[in-house]
Design a protein around this ligand. Structure first.
Ligand SMILES: [Ca+2]
Ligand SMILES: [Ca+2]
Length: 152
């Protein structure tokens, strides 16, 4: 008669199942776009399980850049269909000006994950808008005038 040799700790395994929840997170914590770049593209990844429909909201807000003056605020919802593990992107329109400034930042954040998804460890990121205008300079050119021309 055969003896059962199969270990019997299977039920214990179920107490700590692997985390199969989908996670949404920014691909990078730091994005950068030139002021003249027109728009910055930001990538959000779905990791973990790809089963089920999940979504997450993104939004801009905060940072040293001024909304509507340096960039157009962006917000919306990214949706992954069942089985879809592709990266999603959204864009932030950048406003170009002719003014010399220091580089400015826009804070990006993810929130409100839906469909069993949770926010990954990178739920915030920073977009840096790099200035492309040269610093104004003031200088005096050497001026000379011949003495003789002073009098008519
Ligand atoms: Ca500019
Ligand atoms: Ca500028």
């Amino acid at each position: 008669m055969r003896t059962a040799t199969r270990p019997s700790f299977r039920s214990a395994d179920r107490l700590s199942p692997p985390d199969k929840r989908a996670r949404s997170r920014f691909i990078s914590a730091a994005y950068s776009s030139s002021e003249s770049g027109q728009a910055a593209t930001v990538t959000v990844a779905r990791t973990g399980s790809s089963s089920g429909v999940v979504s997450v909201q993104y939004q801009t807000g905060g940072g040293t850049a001024t909304a509507n003056s340096d960039y157009t605020p962006a917000s919306g919802t990214l949706v992954w269909n069942d089985g879809d593990a592709a990266n999603k992107t959204f864009t932030i329109p950048i406003v170009d000006d002719q003014t010399y400034e220091t580089d400015e930042t826009v804070n990006l954040s993810l929130s409100n994950a839906v469909g069993g998804a949770v926010l990954g460890n990178q739920k915030t990121a920073v977009l840096t808008i790099t200035n492309d205008d040269s610093q104004p300079g003031i200088s005096i050119n050497n001026v000379s005038q011949a003495e003789g021309k002073q009098r008519q």
